[in-house]
Design a protein around this ligand. Structure first.
Ligand code: PEP
Ligand code: MN
Length: 337
């Protein structure tokens, strides 16, 4: 449930509500909006007595939340959440583009790609230092050495760094280098990892599991938010279907649907969402037209020799051309890039 405070309530009144919520065995999240403050109560409140809070000073009303997820729901917070990606807010008017190689391969590779995507207008650099690979004998990433190259690329270009964390024991290490911690599709329901990410200060880019429903996706975000970290970006990266001309099927209707049911920003990954570089530009434009708050795109100067996901990586020139085209689409839907 959510306790909606009257406009102009005092801090003392809010503190009193918080005290009562805790007494009921629930946890609180105080959300200060531009017009009023609401106190979201999390925990199992099915058998709690709402009436106890309804008559308290400063309280306007107490509303039950129908969605299974609470913190991620628009019922709790109607204003859009802005997530800070290295100083750039994602979730507002600007469509933020995160671009870079699938994997960090070596120092020169990352620096060269970082310079190119920065020049083309990206706001953040992606690149995996820890790679979740289907085959245990495939390239697994450069680990900390890769994180160092990403940090060097940030220092040179000013791009924020978005990189994947695969397990709880990597959270502190990756958090020291990254501006945003990426949770991969295969880890979307690694609930212990999600909870741990809720207890650290860096924003999280949460990728949708390849067989997860929208509700499961939002419940995964809820795991992070319930622990206090509300800086979550949802990332649609395509799902497994019977269709096989693409690596994954990219369901873009999820973008307006997420905006309807949640206040969290949503970013689209047309690289994994199609698995074919010749389809990426069209899906980038479509994602922007559908209202995506950002894109995450794999880029390599030599896709044929990329260690991972070369078949779906744009060349740096293709990326620059996509950015020019997407900018025009963004303007047509009252956004900027
Ligand atoms: C990636 O971003 O390179 C990646 C491994 O993505 P996903 O988790 O969506 O497969
Ligand atoms: Mn990849």
């Amino acid at each position: 449930m959510v306790v909606v405070m009257k406009p102009g309530t005092t801090q003392q009144q809010i503190d009193h509500v918080v005290h009562l919520v805790r007494e009921m065995g629930l946890r609180e999240h105080v959300i200060v909006g531009t017009e009023r403050t609401v106190v979201a109560c999390v925990g199992d409140d099915r058998f709690k007595d709402r009436a106890r809070l309804e008559t308290v000073d400063g309280v306007e009303r107490v509303v039950p939340i129908l969605a299974a997820y609470k913190m991620a729901s628009r019922e709790v917070k109607s204003e859009r959440t802005l997530v800070n990606v290295g100083g750039v807010p994602i979730g507002g008017r600007k469509v933020g583009v995160i671009a870079g190689p699938c994997s960090v391969e070596n120092r020169q590779q990352v620096l060269r790609i970082a310079r190119a995507v920065k020049e083309a207008g990206a706001v953040a650099l992606r690149g995996g230092a820890f790679k979740p690979r289907s085959n245990p004998y495939s390239f697994q990433g450069l680990a900390e050495e890769g994180l160092e190259y990403l940090a060097e690329a940030r220092a040179e270009t000013g791009l924020a760094v978005v990189t994947e964390v695969m397990s709880i024991d990597q959270v502190d290490l990756v958090g020291r280098y990254a501006d945003v911690l990426q949770v991969g599709a295969r880890n979307m329901q690694n609930f212990n990892l999600l909870s741990r990410l809720g207890e650290q200060p860096k924003p999280v880019l949460l990728k949708r599991g390849m067989s997860a429903t929208l509700e499961e996706f939002l419940l995964a975000a809820e795991y992070i938010m319930a622990r206090g970290n509300t800086q979550v970006i949802l990332c649609e990266r395509g799902i497994r279907t019977f269709e096989d001309y693409v690596r994954n099927t990219l369901p873009l209707a999820i973008v307006p649907e997420i905006h309807r049911v949640s206040h969290l920003p949503v970013v689209v990954d047309p690289s994994h969402g199609t698995g074919k570089s010749h389809l990426v530009q069209a899906m980038c434009l479509a994602a922007v037209a559908a209202g995506a708050d950002g894109l995450i795109v794999e880029v390599h100067f030599d896709p044929e020799h990329a260690l991972t996901d070369g078949f779906q990586s744009m060349t740096t020139a293709q990326f620059a051309a996509m950015m020019r085209a997407a900018k025009r689409v963004a303007e047509a839907v009252d956004r900027e890039m």
